[in-house]
Design a protein around this ligand. Structure first.
Ligand SMILES: *Cc1c(COP(=O)(O)O)cnc(C)c1O
Length: 392
């Protein structure tokens, strides 16, 4: 008799292959005998044992991102921050020193300022657009530099060539968080990086329905250390999120190119509207790092635009209320355009002076541009900025 409580199914063989990727949520994998487990753990056969250590959906997705980044053996993590944590906690030891960009993602900054020092790892933040400042931050015990190519939310462009040269000359690991630039805008391994990090949550997956990260290292020993730490600390990714992200990744190049073209057009449009104090887009001639953007990013300005209105909180409130179709949400990389207000979200923990030093006023907004029709976006931003300007 077949016992319906007994799960001894055999997955059906098929002469044809599934076109959509199957999802494999099983946490555990059964082996035939201890010899088979030995063969697996000794690397003589390929297989899975326990989902925290790996599963097919993570393998499929990581290999696809590896191909985009020119990497090998990248791993999927449960979030972008899990990837950052795997790098900082899996590669460093007490007594090491780390230099980070001073405008890193907020939680990366927090890890640099609070968690690493608690574990005996000292840190210094420096301006990655200033090669001399980065050089001055280095110490004999500096083991790793962590930078983002384009900063959040002021979209400053790091001096990547100088930073890579410093890291190479001093034998320091260079880790690049490539979330904003994506492998379509910048390929860190081709420019001297040792480690590449992504928040796959953002435009790689692209639909705001999966929280995921990715990390790859050039040196196989470092890759092993990262992977071991991620598995031990439980930083690895779920099959379902990987499955969703793999589907999202299929359209990543199309979404990125469209969002980037929209961003460029929207930046120029917003710059011409009354009440706008400044627009930040790396390829615009009025961007502070315009020349460096050309050499670092080529023609790839990316999908992020920031702008500043002359008004204060009242006009900021009026702007988001006048654009109900544009999600006012502190994220980026969604298929649709989203709007964030750093002063009340990502940068609310900073003092008013620290925000002012970064140029983040109450009138400062960051736009993650999506794939919508550009005419619709132009009309919506015209209306929203007009409402904001008349609310002053
Ligand atoms: C969002 C983000 C992260 C963190 O990613 P999560 O998936 O939210 O954990 C790290 N770095 C950058 C640049 C990001 O934008």
């Amino acid at each position: 008799m077949t016992d319906p409580t007994r799960r001894n199914f055999r997955w059906p063989d098929s002469a044809s292959r599934p076109v959509g990727a199957p999802i494999q949520p099983s946490v555990v994998y059964a082996s035939t005998d201890p010899d088979a487990l030995d063969a697996h753990y000794e690397g003589r056969v390929q297989g899975y044992t326990y989902a925290r250590e790996g599963h097919p959906n993570a393998t499929v997705l990581a290999q696809r991102i590896d191909a985009l980044e020119g990497a090998q053996g990248g791993i999927m993590t449960s979030s972008g921050m899990a990837a950052v944590a795997a790098v900082l906690l899996g590669c460093l030891r007490a007594g090491d020193h780390v230099v980070g960009g001073d405008q890193l993602y907020g939680r990366s900054l927090r890890m640099m300022a609070q968690d690493l020092p608690r574990l005996g790892i000292s840190t210094t933040l420096a301006d990655p657009t200033d090669a001399a400042a980065m050089a001055a931050a280095l110490r004999p015990e500096t083991r790793l530099i962590l930078v983002e190519v384009v900063s959040n939310p002021t979209l400053r462009v790091a001096d990547m060539a100088a930073i890579a040269a410093l890291a190479r000359d001093r034998g320091i690991l260079l880790a690049v968080d490539n979330t904003f630039t994506t492998p379509r805008g910048y390929r860190p391994f081709e420019r001297g990086a040792d480690i590449v990090i992504h928040s796959v949550t953002k435009i790689l997956a692209g639909h705001s329905d999966a929280t995921l990260g990715y990390v790859a290292a050039r040196d196989p020993d470092i890759a092993t250390a990262l992977n071991d730490f991620a598995v031990t600390a439980g930083l690895t990714a779920s099959p379902f999120d990987c499955w969703l992200a793999e589907r999202g990744l299929l359209t990543f190049p199309l979404r990125y190119d469209r969002a980037e073209a929209n961003a460029q057009a929207l930046a120029d449009h917003i710059a011409g509207l009354p009440g706008v104090r400044r627009v930040l887009y790396p390829l615009r001639a009025d961007h502070p790092d315009h020349n460096r953007a050309r050499s670092v990013l080529g023609a790839r300005g990316g999908h992020m635009v920031s702008f500043e209105l002359a008004g204060g909180r009242a006009s900021a409130n009026a702007l988001t209320r006048a654009a109900p179709a544009i999600a006012f949400a502190p994220t980026l990389g969604d298929v649709n355009t989203t709007l964030s207000h750093p002063a009340s979200s990502s940068h609310r923990g900073l003092s008013a002076q620290a925000r002012a030093a970064l140029g983040i006023s109450e009138g400062f907004f960051r736009v993650s541009v999506g794939v919508e029709d550009i005419d619709t976006l132009r009309d919506e931003f015209s209306a929203a900025i007009a409402a904001a300007t008349s609310a002053e």
